[in-house]
Design a protein around this ligand. Sequence first.
Ligand code: CA
Length: 501
Amino acid sequence: MNPLYVKVHSNDNVAIIVNPEGVPAGAKFACGLTAAEAVPPSHKITLTALALGAPVIRYGEVIGHVLDDVEAGRWVREDMLTLPSAPPLNLLPLATRRLPQPEPLTGYTFEGYRNADGSVGTRNLLGITTTVQCVAPTVDYAVRKIEAEILPKYPNVDGVVAITHTYGCGVAIDAPGARIPIATLGHISRHANIAGDPLVVSLGCEKMQPNRLLPFFEPNVIRLQDNRGFAATVASICEQAEKRLIELNKRRRETIPASELNVGVQCGGSDAFSGVTCNPAVGYFADLLVRAGGTVMFSEVTEVRDAIHLLTPRCADEETARKLIAEMQWYDEYLGRGSADRAANTTPGNKRGGLANIVEKALGSVAKAGHGTIHHVATHGEKVTAKGLVFAATPASDFICGTQQLASMNLHIFTTGEGSPYGLAMVPVAKVSSRTALAEKWPDLIDVNAGTIATGEKTIEDVGWELFHYMLDVASGRKKTWAETWRLHNSLAPFNPGPVT
Ligand code: CA
C-alpha cells in the first residue's frame, strides 16, 4: 500500500488519512512520517510532535489544544483535545475584506418554466398544500388516487406533491416564533415548481387558517369539515386537482439564463473529508453560479458559528455583516434557552468519520460558501430574492434546513461523507459524496463523486465544473437525480421555535 494523507493548509499540524482501509502502525509516508499507531480512514494523524497545550491546527485554524504530549504519527482522537470556545461576536471584523469583483460568466442557460409571478421553476408539479397535519392522510390518499387515475392523462406534469407538515394547530400561533413556520410554509405553498398556484386543503377549526398561511393570495380551499364524509372529500380534491392539471399540462420549458437559478446547499452525515473534497467543490460551483448571476444559499447556523470570523470580513458591507452576527446571536440564545450550545451539533457518525468537534466540522462546512462576497443575509422564514451568495439562516438539521431553503430554491445540493439517501419532493436534490468509497458503495444514490479530489485524480475546479454542468442538466429536466429516480421524499419539517400548546 501507498500511505496517503491530505493536508489542507500549510500551517496544519494534522492531516487526514486518505487510504480507504486506513494505515497500519509503522506505515511510512512519502514525506518521511511514520504512523506510530494504526489510523482509520478520514481520521487525523499528527504531522509533528505536539507538547501539552499546543494548538491542533487544521484548515489553518485552531480546532483544539492537546491535553497531553503527543508524538508525531499519532491518531488524533476527539478526547485528546479541548473544545475551543466559539469566537466572540462583539469583536468581529465587519466587511473588511475587499474581494475583487469576479469576472462574469455569460452564456449559460437552462430549460425551465417561467411563471406568471416572474419566478422560474425546474419541475412542473401540482402542489396540494395543507393548513394542518389533521388533513395530511386524507391528502396523501387523494394524491395516490390522482397519480393512479388522473395524472397519466397529463404527460407534461411531472407529479403531484402533498405539501404536508406537522404545523398548523396545537401551537401558540401568535407567539413571535410562529412567524417562522408560517412564513416558510406560505412560501413553499407558492413555490415556483408548482407555478405559485396551490390547491389548499384545510380542516376548518385549525389555528393556521388558509388566509393566515397565504395572506396575500386568494386560494381555492377545500375544507374537510364542510364536506360530507371521506369519499366526497377525496372526490372534491380530485375534481379540483384535475382543473389544475389541465392548466399545468400547458406549461412548456423555455430557455432561461442561469441567473434564475437559486441553489440551496447543505451537508448531512459529514466526515473529515467533507471539508476537503465535496464542500470545496460545491464552493467552487457556488462561485461559478454567482459569476453567472445566480443565487447560492448556504445555511446551517451551528455549522457557521465557529467559522464566523472567516465570514464577517467577506460580507458586502457592514450592515450585512451585522445581520450575519445577529443571526448567530439569536441562535446562541435559542440554544441557551434549551441549555445547549453549538457543540450539540455533532453526531456519532461525524466522530466516526474523523471530525473531532464542531469547530473542525464548521471549518469544513463553510467551504460550501466558496470564496466570494456574501451579498445578503436572510433570517429564518425569509424568502430569498437577492442574487449572489446569500447566508439564509436555518438550523443545521437536514430536514429543517431543506424545508427552509425550499421556500426559495429551485435546486438543492446535499453533500455527504457518511451517506444519506435524503431527498425532497418539490425540488431535485443532487447528492455529492466526500469519498470515492461511499460513491462506490452507493452508486444508485450518489450523483456526483468528489472523493477523486482526495486521491488527486481530479481537482476541486474539475468537480466544481462537473457539478455546474450537471446542475444545469438537472434544472432542464435532461437529467434526474437519484433521489428523484427513487422518489425519496423526506417529510417537510418547518422550524417552530415557538411554544406548543
Ligand atoms: Ca444539514
